[in-house]
Design a binder for this molecule. Sequence first.
Ligand SMILES: Nc1ncnc2c1ncn2[C@@H]1O[C@H](COP(=O)(O)OP(=O)(O)OP(=O)(O)O)[C@@H](O)[C@H]1O
Length: 702
Amino acid sequence: MAAFKSRLGIQAVLTALFALLLLAMPGIPSPPLYVSLAGFAMAGILIASKNLSAYLKIFVSVYGIGYLVLAGAKTLAAMGALPAIVAALLPPDFAATGSVVFGGIVLAISYWAPIRDITLIADPYFASHDAPSREIGMFRRFGRTEGQIGRNLVALSIFVNFADVALTLRFNFFYRDMYNALQEFDAAAFWYQLGYIFVPLAILNVVIGMFDIYVDSGLQLRWRTWLTHNLYERWLGQGTHYRIPFVDEHADNPDQRIQSDVNNFIAQTTTLSTRLLSQAAQLVSFIVILWTLSRDFVLPFTDTVIPGFLVWLVIAYAVVGTWLTHLIGKPLIGLDYRQEQVEADFRFALARNRIYSEQIALLRGERAETSRLATLFHAIVDNYVGIIFRRIKLIAFTFSYRQASAIFPLVIAAPSFFAKKITLGALQQTSNAFSNVQNSLNFFINSYTILAAYKANTIRLGSFKRAMTKAEALAGAGLANGNDTAGSVTARDLALALPDGREIVRAGALDLPKGGATLLTGPSGSGKSTLFRAIAGIWPFGKGRVDVPAGQSALVLPQRPYLPLGTLRGAVAYPHTVDTFSDEAIREALRAAQLPQLADQLDAVDTWDRRLSGGEQQRLAIARAILAKPDWLFLDESTAALDEETEATIYRTLRESLPGTTIVSIGHRSTLLKHHDRRVEMKPVGEGRFEPRMSSMPAPAE
Ligand SMILES: Nc1ncnc2c1ncn2[C@@H]1O[C@H](COP(=O)(O)OP(=O)(O)OP(=O)(O)O)[C@@H](O)[C@H]1O
């Protein structure tokens, strides 16, 4: 970051020195004063951009370079240092100043709230110091870090887009010269224009088009890869995904935000930023041409001269057009946002049906599900109908607007042509300039629908990131988790609450000593699982502290184990990676957990959570514990689906094969008592609160 900042500083100094040189050096044919003044302004803009967003900085920097190149080339041309053919191709003096104006515009809009929302999402990639992603070969050596590759690609993309604008400008003059040759019946000039001007320009046009798509796609792919990894790693990190539903920031369907919103955001950002700016440059350039063409414009059928009439006309046309488009298209923002949401809700409901298909089939819940799906789909249709009618209204306007633009310049300029005041070439150039202005304006107008979806995307990604930040902050809110106790798990002055603030568990001083097995019992809903969550460090509500011994591993097995998609080997090894344990160790663990029939199916791929019975799934989780050999094993009704005999065998196996593991179980069955050395009971202490208290063990039945 520091290098990038200072690079802008160096660029500012160089630009100021260059402007000074233009102003003060004798012997240099001076360009108009405003070009040097623009240089000082550019230096100021570069300095003011020191704390600008990493993404926008690229634009300011490129405009700064653009100024130096354009003004420098014009000066060299004036000194006669450039070949005539190159000098003739250079854009006029105002182009360098235009570059400065665009730099200023970028700086100005950076203070605008919607732009800040966008840069907050875009910046982390461009400021990243991560090593270049190895997943993508394209442009991998285009910088030392991923962020630098991104910055270089944006800069390249801007240059390519501006090269395209320069080409369009040159085409405009080609049309003038070619039609003038036709009017003069000058065959040699005509063929020269076609062969020596048009053909190279056309080839350049194709090459630039190809290069443009290569650079753009490379940038989008690299950026998406980085942002997607970044978001899902953060989402899955430190239990953030678990805590997001608890925060007040609305962030529904994170899957959709990571999979689709990221992709759309990046495609829209690159399209709207580089293309919008190049279209703006095209607009300004052709407005200047129109000004030159209509400097002494005589209003048709009168003697009134209106300098730059076509420019005023086109500006009025643009302002009215954009304003009307805004009025008609504004409701699309809300509609698009809602569409994404209802689509995701429908998809999620379908996915749940797939996951719970057996429960639904057993309960004969199909009718209830069908009606739920119908309601959800109705919301999609309802909203989409709204979008259709809004789009039709918008299209009615934009199409009329485009049709009118086609003949508009001819109507205005034809009287001058018939009065022989302008040549056929000039008429053609006017019409072409007008239509280019129209194209740029159409881009802005057509962008309206993109802009609406873009805003919805930005809002969705922004709220997702805010929700993650809040969920991360929630982790250390009231409850302190530490690990400074010698050997036991301790809770001090602990008060666990529900998300609405209602307190459910109170523990002044609770100690779960190392070694042996402790059984936690109590009425349903008394907060036993919540106490486990607090010990595991994922429960965010409450106050006090929970300490767990330093450097010791723990495994919590809930009543319904989670079995990931894929091979049985992966399901047993979870949460460790598949290659952590040898096949023999996994087989041994399965046998010990009373699942010998699965021992030779390690490579089988299945939806294990649907194929295995509830009790088999619980035994598979026990196999995990036997494999992982944690120092602490928390069993939250993890054997509740087993018959008492199998449960007894499992407990015996656990205690024999994991002698160093401290077991803490939650359970309701009295038969569990004989497998434990201590008992903690949740005792009601009034107002719906429960307190875990050491309880005496009943004497063995025999
Ligand atoms: N995410 C949550 N949001 C709101 N309330 C919750 C949440 N999780 C748990 N609760 C509530 O906290 C209370 C305690 O739940 P907990 O699962 O800890 O009880 P338990 O003693 O383990 O019950 P059981 O023996 O039935 O498993 C319950 O009333 C439950 O509804």
